[in-house]
Design a protein around this ligand. Structure first.
Ligand SMILES: *[C@@H]1O[C@H](CO)[C@@H](O)[C@H](O)[C@H]1NC(C)=O
Ligand SMILES: *[C@@H]1O[C@H](CO)[C@@H](O)[C@H](O)[C@H]1NC(C)=O
Ligand SMILES: *[C@@H]1O[C@H](CO)[C@@H](O)[C@H](O)[C@H]1NC(C)=O
Length: 325
């Protein structure tokens, strides 16, 4: 009876296993796309079919038919993930998933983002050779800089408009530095890696960091993108492929600098720090307690844990265990 029910369940599951899946990338920011690639890889690499990425609307590309595959190598996925090429795959009927579909699925399965995304990170975060060749000398240069190497992702640009729309408190340049200094009071000297989309804010943050932490600023601008200044997604999406290609590479250089930093502070008002948190832990073996959130929510696990113990006052409230020697 029980075995029969179990068998029925198994066949039911097998029948429900779909073949290939297409994930529709979008014209939103890089982080929003990357997080859904991570989600989808974990979800669909277990379903006995290839996960195809449709980069038609994805703006981080070097040519019209380019996309995620311009920068990332699929070989580590062993055929579980590939670029969607319409003609070649027409014979196969795949299930099409939008970001919303993926979010809903994860929500219904009750998985949290961190566990889902760390499961995919090692396979997904592999660069194509030309990207890795550009990254290596920059990372080499960073390795020569004095420790501790502290990474700052200073996000201004169109986040400020978004903050107003969402009535959300803005994370300002001084918030990043103060959060770093207060979370890790022993930090002094070393290198402050300044990364972000807003040149004015980076300059301001660098000045405050030098005064507060006594660090030397490190920032690597490979390209001077004509539109410069600060990031605006609409403007970026209308650039030439040459600019988008160079801009994406610059962005990946910035992410890799943060991934290799000893400490990292960002704002969870932006999607990028989550990706960096995941990659630092899952790909680069960093202690998770070295990432803190400078936003007004301070919702990294390290800060939340400190707040919890502080709010409880002197310990212990529980039964004491007396150890006999
Ligand atoms: C995987 O897909 C193949 C081809 O569609 C099918 O024959 C096989 O039964 C599937 N395996 C599982 C475990 O669903
Ligand atoms: C790929 O995306 C484009 C643009 O959104 C869409 O028109 C096309 O139908 C998609 N193809 C597949 C197979 O999902
Ligand atoms: C890669 O896929 C092939 C064919 O499905 C399989 O035989 C092989 O074991 C896989 N390799 C790894 C490392 O998973």
């Amino acid at each position: 009876m029980h075995i029969a029910a179990l068998l029925l369940l198994c066949t039911g599951l097998a029948a429900a296993v779909q073949g290939c899946t297409v994930l529709e990338l979008t014209g939103a920011g890089f982080a929003a796309n990357a997080v859904h690639v991570l989600h989808a890889y974990t979800l669909f690499s277990q379903n006995n079919g290839t996960l195809y990425l449709n980069s038609t609307e994805f703006q981080y590309k070097c040519a019209n038919e380019g996309g995620w595959h311009d920068f990332f190598d699929f070989t580590a996925t062993n055929g579980s993930m590939a670029n969607y090429v319409p003609e070649a795959d027409q014979a196969e009927t795949c299930a099409i998933y939008t970001f919303h579909d993926v979010d809903l699925l994860l929500h219904n399965m009750n998985y949290d983002w961190f566990s889902i995304d760390t499961a995919a990170a090692k396979k997904v975060w592999r660069f194509t050779k030309w990207v890795q060749d550009e990254l290596d000398p920059v990372l080499e240069e960073l390795a020569q800089m004095p420790a501790p190497r502290m990474g700052f992702h200073i996000r201004g640009g169109d986040k400020l408009t978004e903050d107003v729309q969402l009535s959300r408190m803005t994370t300002r340049p001084e918030d990043f530095i103060v959060t770093m200094a207060e979370s890790f009071p022993h930090l002094n000297g070393g290198t402050c890696i300044m990364v972000g989309d807003d040149q004015e804010w980076i300059a301001e943050a660098s000045k405050i960091a030098a005064a507060t932490l006594g660090c030397k600023t490190f920032s690597k601008t490979l390209f001077h993108i004509a539109t410069g200044g600060s990031h605006d997604q609409e403007t970026f999406n209308h650039e030439s492929f040459e600019t988008k290609c160079a801009g994406t590479l610059q962005f990946l250089v910035d992410i890799e600098l943060l991934n290799h930093a000893d400490y990292f502070v960002g704002t969870t008002n932006s999607g990028l720090p989550h990706i960096v948190d995941v990659l630092r832990f899952a790909v680069y073996n960093k202690d998770r307690g070295t990432f803190v959130d400078a936003s007004f929510r301070h919702q990294d696990w390290y800060s939340r844990m400190l707040r919890y113990w502080k709010s409880r006052g002197p310990q212990p409230r529980r039964r004491l265990l007396t150890r006999r020697r």
